[in-house]
Design a protein. Sequence first.
Length: 143
Amino acid sequence: MAIERTLSIIKPDAVGGNHIGAIYDRFEQAGLRIVGAKMLQLDDEKAGGFYAEHAERPFYNDLKSFMTSGPVLVSVLEGEDAIAKHRDIMGATNPKEAAEGTIRADFANSIDENAVHGSDSAQSAAREISYFFNEDEVCPRTR
Ligand code: RTP
Ligand code: MG
């Protein structure tokens, strides 16, 4: 299995709920390494550009409002099969449909405020990592 990188966001509801440590623990327990991290207050333009693929969807404005409602923690996670592994431990978009023990089942309240984001493909991961991080802000592990 290939070593991959994926972009993770702990969304404003989970940052506000004080769940950063619990969610990072899930990543590390799953064998994912945090190789980049920063806390950001997004504005409408930065959140909108990130979710540009959803610009025509009815929930786009609500999604931007939510994502700018408080700080987010953006991280680059690295590990074997990291993109799919991260999506697995996040759980389904709608927490009501998320499998038991997943991050969204345990920390999200609704489909609109669902605690975390994870890249959904290698192509998205590459775009999303470079959207938030310069190359020198991602630190490969040396030990
Ligand atoms: P994300 O991008 O945030 O990781 O979530 P996802 O891949 O599981 O879901 P996606 O289809 O990319 O949708 C992005 C975010 O938009 C909101 N959404 N609302 N009301 C709806 O039908 C609906 N569908 C999507 C969710 O908050 C989702 O996380
Ligand atoms: Mg998505």
